[in-house]
Structure formats: C-alpha cells, structure tokens
Design a binder for this molecule. Structure first.
Ligand SMILES: C[S@@+](CC[C@H](N)C(=O)[O-])C[C@H]1O[C@@H](n2cnc3c(N)ncnc32)[C@H](O)[C@@H]1O
Length: 334
C-alpha cells in the first residue's frame, strides 16, 4: 500500500527514518496508519481509523499535561494556521525540551509560512525535503513564553459567553445561518422542557441557547476541539448538558429525542462533502420520538429539501433570508 495523501507521499520518501512514528493531526491515509505507532488528533474519524488497525489513538485533551506519548513526532500542518501554532505550543508543553519534531504539509495549505512562525516562536528549523507540492521541516521543542491555552477565545453574543478554539467552526464569531436558525426557533419553542440533540455542536452556541431556555441538551461533534469548546461554553454560562464525540449518530444508538437541531456540516477540509448531513437527515427519524422535529439551517443552494422529502415525506421552510434557509420536518406516527 503506497501513501495517497500528498503529505504522506513526501514522508514515504523518508520512511527509513521512521521506526515508531506518531502522527499529529494527520489525514486518514492507509500507508501512514500502517507505518505509525500512534496518532494524536482532534478528529474522531481519524482516531477510529487508527484504532481499527490496533494503533494507539488519543485526543490532545485525554493526555495529561506532560504525559509522554512518543518520540518520532510528525505534525501535519492544518489548514487553520492558528491551529497549527496551537499544536506546536502543545507539543512544546507535552514533550521534553529539545525533542525532535517534523512538520509536513501542502504548499496550498500554508506550510511555507511555517519557518517564519518557527522563528517567531524561537524554535530552530531546517528544511528536510520538498516534493508533491509539499515541504517537510525539522524543528525541536523549546520552552515557550506563552501557553497553548492562550489560543482559547471568549466572546459574548445573544446573552451567552462562548468559548472557541482555532479549528472550531466559525472560531470567534457567530455564523449567520446559526443566527437565523435560533431566531426562527424563538417563537416556536415550547415552554415544556424538551430533550434536544445539537448535532455538530461546534463551540456550543445552539446547545447553550437551548439549555438557557430550560431544555435538556445533548451535544455531539466529530471534532475533539468542538467537544471541548462546547463543554467550556456550557460551563462558562453555568449551564448543563451532555457533550461527547460522535460521528453523526454513531454514539447515539437507540437514543431518541424530541427535537434534533443542527447547522450541519457540508465541508471536510477544503472539499464539499454532503456525507454527514445526508446521514443526519436519513437517520433522523430513527432518533426522533413520534411528533419530534428535525430543524436545520443550510445555505439555500444545498440539496437538503430532496433528502428531507425522502426521509420524512414532507418538510416546511421555516425561514428564508435568501442566503440561508431553515427547514423543519416532523416524524409522523405512521
Ligand atoms: C456548520 S458547523 C456548526 C457548528 C455550530 N453548531 C454552530 O452553529 O456554530 C458543523 C459542525 O459539524 C461538525 N461535524 C462535521 N462532521 C461531523 C460528523 N460526521 N459528525 C458530527 N459532527 C460533525 C463540525 O466539526 C462542525 O462543528
């Protein structure tokens, strides 16, 4: 099996250097999984792929501060530059000073900015290789002045305190679609507490907004950074809710809700991907009580009406501001 992702193809040229590689924030690539001892990632999809092949898989939030996890470290530079800086700071805190780290990434993903940023952090660097429109750099951990925790941002909106992290959807601002969704919910929300699922919770704005109105919230996301952000948002507002990782409904087998509310994802990195939103819509009836509702917001151009019609046989457009539409569908008793 050869590497498929361009950054992994570049690493494959160096494979004799790796005996016990730990991949940090990598793409899912079969060659890399076979080659590596473990992975640290915020993406539960990736963690599952490593686990399925018997490899070690951790999120950065389940490693205790300073807990060692590996020696041959390769950081895959993420699209969100601030998230890359967070990973570097986290590695400097987690690993002994002077530990060798390699950083690999695609030119179109911003890897060429890495040397300047390493200079700013006071980390030494050396260019190792360059091919497949990717570059590979080597550096070493140092003791830094600022901590990785400084990447958390707090902002206020709709009477709520929100905590956000680089790489979490909309980092530091509220999405226009989410605002339209919440506006349209305000008038139709029953006073009696509902059991609500926030699918793809991001920083937890929908969960916190619903919990503030007395509803019992379960929030899930495929991103460990989003799960952590949502937990911190609920805590910052003195609100309660269950928050955990799930690939759509994977961790919710047999559970049913009165309402499922979502601003569903339609991107995976740079690519459009309807996979999760389609799975959300088609499996939603199984996870709703009779009379329960799926309410979601989407860019007007997305093909959700067809999916809703197929899954529920009917749906309504609850709001439309030309850019975004809010759809509602009810599970019938038939
Ligand atoms: C458009 S954002 C909405 C975030 C937040 N609810 C808001 O309104 O600001 C979609 C969220 O879905 C999450 N997501 C992507 N794929 C997922 C999947 N397969 N299962 C669960 N959540 C997923 C993303 O990490 C992201 O936080």
């Amino acid at each position: 099996m050869s590497a498929q992702a361009p950054a992994c193809q570049l690493l494959e040229r160096q494979k004799d250097n790796y005996a016990a590689l730990w991949a940090i924030g990598p793409p899912v690539d079969s060659w890399l999984i076979d080659q590596s001892t473990g992975v640290v990632s915020g993406d539960f999809d990736a963690l599952r792929e490593w686990q399925a092949k018997g490899k070690q898989a951790r999120t950065p939030f389940d490693l205790a501060a300073g807990e060692p996890f590996g020696k041959e470290i390769v950081l895959f530079w993420p699209k969100a530059h601030q998230l890359g800086i967070w990973w570097l700071k986290w590695l400097c805190e987690q690993l002994p000073e002077g530990t060798a780290i390699e950083i690999v990434g695609e030119h179109q993903g911003g890897i060429k900015r890495v040397p300047k940023m390493l200079d700013e952090l006071g980390m030494p660097w050396d260019k190792r290789d360059n091919a497949r429109r990717c570059s590979l750099f080597a550096t070493r951990t140092v003791t830094l002045d600022s901590s990785s925790d400084s990447a958390w941002q707090t902002f206020e909106t709709l009477g709520l305190i929100l905590l956000s992290h680089p790489g979490v959807f909309g980092h530091g601002k509220v999405d226009e679609g989410t605002l339209l969704l919440l506006e349209s919910l305000e008038s139709s929300l029953p006073k009696k507490p509902l059991k609500v699922l926030d699918m793809g919770c991001g920083d937890g704005i929908i969960s916190a907004w619903l919990a503030q109105r007395g509803h019992h919230v379960t929030a899930v996301d495929v991103s460990a950074f989003a799960v952590e952000a949502c937990k911190r948002t609920l805590a910052a507002n003195g609100l309660e809710g269950r928050v955990f990782s799930s690939d759509v409904f994977s961790a919710l087998e047999g559970e049913q809700f009165d309402w499922i509310v979502s601003n569903p994802p339609f991107h995976k990195e740079r690519d459009i991907s309807y996979g999760p939103s389609q799975r959300l819509i088609s499996a939603a009836p199984e996870h709703l009580n009779v009379g329960g509702r799926l309410i979601l917001v989407a860019n007007g151009f997305l093909p959700y009406p067809d999916h809703l019609q197929r899954a529920f046989q009917d749906f309504q457009t609850l709001a439309d501001n030309r850019r975004f539409k809010v759809y509602g569908a009810i599970k019938s008793g038939r």
